[in-house]
Design a protein around this ligand. Structure first.
Ligand code: SAH
Length: 347
């Protein structure tokens, strides 16, 4: 599918034509990754952050939030909860927190690998190569780093580099692939300043880099951030150019991503479930996605990892999340995945 066609689908509003897109995406999903829905236990290990991302509610600019960093024992307890719930992998995610030292994270990865069969995914932001290599050597399997937007000017505005440093997420993704990681990325749908052409280019970029995992969710403004306040007005494009941060556009993005990256692992994201708590998860899974990331962070910390307000599944325990997720998966005729659920490749 050419970029022009991606663009046309993104802007398609005719429901009967969209049925065709949903059908094609679901058939592609079934043919390439099957009916299993892999569950990744998400552990939000720290909300400390040194970055100033204009969209993120836990960035260094957000005042008035209680910061936490989980202890090794707390993290390992959450890992074992993921095992008990039958998940095949865990994702350790955090703000960009230098307090999460290379040795601390490596030690935890080693223990997970000794004590469980889980695949380990990291999502700790932009880190140095020696750290990334040490974590790979310790046994990490995958790394999630969304490039957020393929438009370099918009990226610079919403994701300022640290003083004296360059922020090049594509370069880090490529280096991680060379180190042997499965690499995951993604974008937000409807960030102020994102045009239809930019979003089409984002989807084309997933294909260009042959990403192993691709997460997309709607942008949800946080009042703690610049993009959730009055200054956001300077970012928004004219109504015909600006991508809306709605469920329909997110679902089109998921479906098109499946069509251009047939083998990728694609989650039906929490942000999608937040804009449509009733059926967002299911619709994502029915229109291209094959992964969910149920939260196993202890509830007392989960409420503090508030990257945007009203996050779905914020107050449920891991056990409640798990049975709700399984019910949703089975309600659409799919089955919870077994094993680590790595990227499948056509031979
Ligand atoms: N510090 C890590 C993890 C960030 S949170 C990193 O930067 O990679 C994971 C993802 O949540 C981000 O990559 C971003 O795409 C998404 N996110 C952050 N703020 C958001 C918001 N306000 N609305 C929707 N998604 C958001």
């Amino acid at each position: 599918m050419e970029r022009g066609e991606i663009l046309r689908w993104l802007q398609e509003m005719d429901e009967s034509r969209l049925e065709e897109l949903w059908k094609k995406a679901d058939e592609q999903r079934k043919a390439s990754v099957g009916d299993e829905v892999h569950q990744r236990g998400l552990i939000e290990i720290s909300n400390y952050c040194i970055r100033q991302c204009r969209y993120c509610g836990i960035s260094a600019c957000s005042s008035g939030i209680t910061r936490y960093r989980m202890t090794r024992d707390e993290i390992l307890e959450a890992v074992h909860e993921a095992v008990r719930l039958g998940y095949g992998s865990v994702v350790m995610q955090s703000g960009e927190d230098p307090g999460l030292t290379v040795a601390f994270i490596a030690g935890i990865i080693r223990t997970i690998k000794e004590e469980t069969d889980l695949a380990v995914t990291l999502s700790l932001g932009e880190r140095e190569d020696d750290e990334l290599r040490a974590w790979k050597d310790a046994g990490a399997d995958r790394y999630l780093l969304r490039f957020e937007t393929s438009d370099p000017e918009l990226y610079e505005r919403i994701h300022p580099a640290l003083p004296g440093k360059v922020s090049d997420r594509f370069a880090q993704l490529e280096r991680m692939r060379d180190m042997g990681y499965e690499i995951g990325t993604g974008v937000m749908v409807g960030i102020p300043g994102q045009s239809w052409i930019t979003l089409a280019a984002d989807i084309d970029t997933f294909r260009y880099y042959d990403m192993d995992m691709i997460g997309v969710g709607p942008f949800l403004p946080s009042p703690r951030t610049l993009l959730g306040g009055p200054e956001a007005a300077d970012f928004y494009l004219s109504p015909q150019d600006q991508v809306p941060n709605d469920e329909l556009t997110t679902l089109k993005t998921v479906a098109l991503t499946r069509l251009v990256c047939p083998e990728a692992n694609i989650p039906s994201t929490t942000a999608l479930a937040t804009v449509d708590p009733q059926s967002g998860r299911e619709l994502g899974l029915m229109r291209g996605a094959n992964v969910v990331m149920p939260n196993v962070t202890p509830t007392k910390y989960r409420v503090l990892y508030e990257i945007y307000p009203g996050k779905a599944c914020m107050h449920e325990t891991a056990l409640v999340c798990s049975s709700c997720m399984e019910r949703r998966i089975r309600s659409i005729g799919r089955v919870p995945g077994k094993g680590p659920g790595g990227r499948r490749r056509k031979i």
